[in-house]
Design a protein around this ligand. Structure first.
Ligand code: BES
Ligand code: ZN
Ligand code: ZN
Length: 494
């Protein structure tokens, strides 16, 4: 998809479809639609008056061969209430226009940005939304696979703007949109393809093209370092574990003592539960248990191309969690990289085990701030559903910044508490800590476990179980992996 800025009036844009956002408020307060209505000789008013089109969010109405416009089709796109309109909403609407166009096999789309004070912001999120929407998760379809991709996406402004500035924002939006789709593809890949080894190979290959240096720690090195919590999860599988360390090449000469962010993503390429095996219903979704790791790789790919304000490294512990004669068993005790001993009560609580070693290792690498992201607990889905990811941690400043960005990123985050009292549930009789609590507050006790391994380093934890997959499809997105977290990290760190 080629994305470009087109200054000038929308009337003169030749394309197959021109998308024009319409707010619910404009049904009553029609003045701002008067010009479009006049040009199209009343087509807008009649669509609204007949009740054929209600500008609720994501509703659309296509008007074929509109008079007064060079576009072959006019798509009125519902934008909802003006008071609720955010950059994240504009991103969705741009995506809705793209998916409508795809369904009709159009190749050229023009999108008029409305309702966002900053045209730079509007251009960036529109580019992101267009690329996000143009993605399909049909990697392995050999038949009925049509080329439906949009070739030209033109961004139009409803006011005078600096061309250079808008073009720069389109460049950034394109980087983020493409990086998000890379994360989605990784999470959509089945686990027979995307093993820890292939995950690491993809990171190496993409890193090479984008200015990332990718270091892979192999099993032998992890054994030497004493990463026995991570290794315990990997034991049951024939696939060797990999610990990826991603660095931005242009940041390799960093000022000493300046802040260093580490983003750490759970990379379980398949989670069967291990000996504490999961029920078979929906077990196939556990191929996406590396979505946190994919988000870290996606974010690092984007950041490496944008000269970010903050120094950042990425860590991805990648393993496969399977039962076998070699697998870890409930009751096993292991000594983690940090030195704390862990009693493994449930081998299905594996994410926190691999993260424990990766988090402690991030501190060894000099991280001053740590953010982890993981499809960590089913309890998070019970608590927050598929609407918000859980956010917890000791770095309240970063938590507040992340939450303030949600209106831009569209990736919602809801904070849960981390009181000391929750620590009690993961006390072990035999070791320093055990890897599961009781049935209560499962999101929080998982986070308390992680907290043991970051010690006093300011830390934020994102539990994205429930957010990594889109089950039904949306007007602006196909079913499958969402790439959740890429935009959150980029917005914070760029
Ligand atoms: N990967 C799962 C969590 C998960 C569940 C993610 C459903 C997405 C959808 C995780 O490794 C897990 O199995 N967690 C257990 C922890 C329990 C044993 C304490 C869970 O949530 O059931
Ligand atoms: Zn599990
Ligand atoms: Zn898991």
């Amino acid at each position: 998809m080629q994305i470009e800025f087109r200054p000038g009036d929308y009337q003169g844009i030749a394309c197959e479809l021109l998308a024009y956002p319409v707010f619910e408020d404009e049904v009553e307060d029609f003045a701002s639609l008067e010009l479009l209505n006049k040009i199209t000789r009343g087509a807008v008013k009649s669509a609204l008056a007949s009740g054929e089109f209600k500008p609720e969010l994501h509703q659309t109405c296509r008007i074929g061969n509109p008079v007064g416009l060079k576009a072959h089709n006019l798509l009125l796109v519902g934008a909802g209430k003006k008071s609720r309109f955010l950059p994240a909403t504009l991103r969705e609407i741009a995506g809705t226009a793209v998916r409508k166009s795809r369904s009709r096999a159009y190749k050229s789309v023009a999108f008029l940005c409305r309702g966002i004070p900053s045209m730079s912001m509007a251009a960036r999120v529109s580019a992101e939304g267009a690329l996000y929407a143009d993605y399909e998760a049909d990697i392995y379809k050999t038949r009925e696979k049509e080329q439906r991709n949009i070739e030209h996406f033109r961004i139009l402004a409803d006011r005078k703007t600096s061309r250079a500035e808008v073009q720069e924002q389109i460049r950034l939006g394109t980087i983020v949109g493409e990086a998000t789709n890379i994360a989605r593809t990784l999470a959509n890949e089945p686990s027979n393809i995307l093993t820890p080894t292939l995950f690491a190979e993809r990171a190496l290959a993409i890193g090479d093209q984008t200015g990332l240096s990718v270091q892979i720690l192999e099993r032998e090195e992890m054994e030497k370092l004493g990463m026995n919590a991570l290794l315990a999860v990997s034991r049951g599988s024939d696939e060797p574990p990999k610990l990826m360390v991603l660095r931005i090449k242009s940041q390799e000469k960093r000022r000493a003592r300046s802040p260093l962010y580490a983003i750490v993503g759970k990379g379980v390429t398949f989670d069967s539960g291990g000996i504490s095996i999961k029920p078979s219903e929906k077990m196939e979704e556990m191929k996406g248990d590396m979505a946190g790791g994919a988000a870290v790789l996606g974010a690092m790919i984007a950041l490496a191309q944008m000269n970010p304000r903050n120094s950042v490294i990425g860590l991805i512990p990648a393993v496969e969690n399977l039962p076998s004669g070699k697998a870890s068993k409930p009751g096993d005790v292991v000594k983690s990289y940090l030195g704390k001993t862990v009693e493994i009560i449930n081998t299905d609580a594996e994410g926190r085990l691999i993260l424990a070693d990766a988090l402690a290792y991030a501190r060894t690498l000099g991280a001053t701030h740590i953010i982890d992201i993981a499809t960590l607990t089913g309890a998070c889905i019970i608590a927050l559903g598929h609407i918000n990811a859980g956010i917890m941690g000791t770095d309240q400043k970063t938590i507040d910044r992340l939450r303030n960005n949600c209106g831009i990123t569209g990736e919602k985050l809801w904070q849960l508490p981390l009181d000391d009292e929750y620590r009690k549930a993961i006390r072990s009789e035999i070791a320093d800590i055990k890897n599961v609590g009781n049935r209560t507050a499962g999101v929080i006790t998982a986070a308390k476990f992680l907290q043991e391994f970051v010690e006093d380093t300011p830390w934020v934890h994102l539990d994205i179980a429930g957010m990594d997959l889109e089950h039904d499809g949306r007007p602006f997105a196909c079913k499958g992996a969402t790439g959740y977290g890429v935009r959150t990290f980029v917005q914070l760190l760029a």
